[in-house]
Write a protein that binds this ligand. Structure first.
Ligand code: NAD
Ligand code: UDP
Length: 320
């Protein structure tokens, strides 16, 4: 008989997935981490290898998976624009074929399944801040489409499995999240700016730096996912999880320069295509249904993230 609930985290060796594995182990779950190490790393989970309640399985979720668990967290998918645009066909596959495989697994096991969806389903939003009932403004044929449309199709699949097969689903729309274990070279703005500031390299502002994002610290985000999985079966989401404090990219650069004390200069580069102008979550639904709100202010979270990258650089592990 199993005394501990068994849970699988796909993408468990990635940035968010590895923190989620930590949290689930703290909550006394038996955790099976599935990852093909496309963008994830053993470094993110090596501290768990001695834990008897943690298992790691190298597997690509675009192929079927046969395991026995009670809950599925589906996070497998590269998240940074540079990585997901590197092999766009695989990005759509992981979202469509991968989701079908994980939904099939959950259906066979009658297990609850949570999808890590994204604010990108709103595209370049014309409604601000974004609420869950907004259908979005998405280019279907652009460079970001493999991710945006892939994630939209995954949501469709989740809701069709729910309606057609009575599956217990939870859909989280995650907004920009940052923290320790982000990949140092993944091209996302927080990791780029911190690495550049620490190395004294120029800070690369894309466009005029007036575009906005709202940055959530990883511990807050993981807490939101964990609470969402624990909600009543009739609550499916989608629910926004993110920090509504909105900053321009220029403000972010200035904050990082100030905290690191770096003298890096700012340089301007062309804005990538379809780069959203504004992004800010409305999190009223998360407050109401999950009793959740983010607690970590940007300054505090940035300091912890800067310490992580500083250690990585000093130990010579920043290239992996
Ligand atoms: P990440 O790239 O660090 O993690 C993704 C993980 O999935 C990696 O470990 C990678 O190796 C693994 N993976 C990719 N393809 C796979 C496959 N076919 N089979 C098995 N494993 C595979 O990214 P992250 O920031 O941790 O994002 C995790 C999830 O959260 C993603 O689904 C992402 O779309 C979503 N999300 C993240 C953010 C954010 O700001 N970090 C925002 C919105 C949504
Ligand atoms: N950005 C930037 N400089 C960089 C990396 C990103 O100015 O070195 C900008 C990017 O154009 C976008 C924002 O920062 O407007 C957030 O980019 P990121 O790739 O982190 O995530 P996105 O929210 O676009 O998916």
């Amino acid at each position: 008989m199993h005394l501990r609930k068994r849970t699988v985290v796909t993408g468990g060796a990635g940035f968010l997935g590895s923190h989620l594995c930590d949290r689930l182990l703290q909550e006394n779950f038996d955790v099976l981490c599935i990852d093909n190490f496309y963008t994830g790393s053993k470094r993110n989970i090596v501290h768990l290898f001695g834990n008897p309640y943690f298992e790691m399985y190298r597997h690509d979720i675009t192929y079927p998976l046969y395991v026995e668990v009670d809950e599925v967290y589906n996070l497998a998918c590269p998240a940074s624009p540079v990585h997901y645009q590197n092999d766009p066909v695989q990005t759509t596959k992981v979202n469509v074929h991968g989701s079908i495989n994980m939904l099939g697994l959950a259906k066979r096991l009658k297990a609850k399944i949570l999808q890590a969806s994204t604010s990108e389903v709103y595209g370049d939003p014309k409604v601000h801040p974004q609420t869950e009932n907004y259908w979005g403004h998405v280019n279907p044929i652009g460079r970001r489409s493999c991710y945006d449309e892939g994630k939209r199709c995954a949501e469709t699949l989740f809701f069709d499995y729910h309606r057609q097969h009575g599956l217990k689903i939870k859909v989280a729309r995650i907004f920009n999240t940052y923290g320790p274990r982000m990949h140092p070279n993944d091209g996302r703005v927080v990791s780029n700016f911190i690495m550049q500031a620490l190395k004294g390299d120029p800070i690369t502002i894309y466009g005029d730096g007036k575009q906005t994002r709202s940055f959530c610290y990883v511990d807050d985000l993981v807490d939101g996912l964990y609470r969402l999985m624990g909600t009543a079966d009739d609550f499916t989401g989608p629910v926004n999880i993110g920090n509504p404090a909105e900053f321009t990219i220029m403000e972010l650069a200035e904050k990082i320069l100030q905290i690191t004390g770096s003298r890096s200069e700012l340089v301007f580069r062309p804005l990538p295509s379809d780069d959203p102008v504004q992004r800010q979550p409305n999190i009223e639904l998360a407050g109401e249904k999950l009793g959740w709100e983010p607690k970590v202010p940007l300054d505090t979270g940035l300091r912890k993230t800067i310490d992580y990258f500083d250690d990585l650089l000093r130990s010579g592990n920043a290239r992996e």
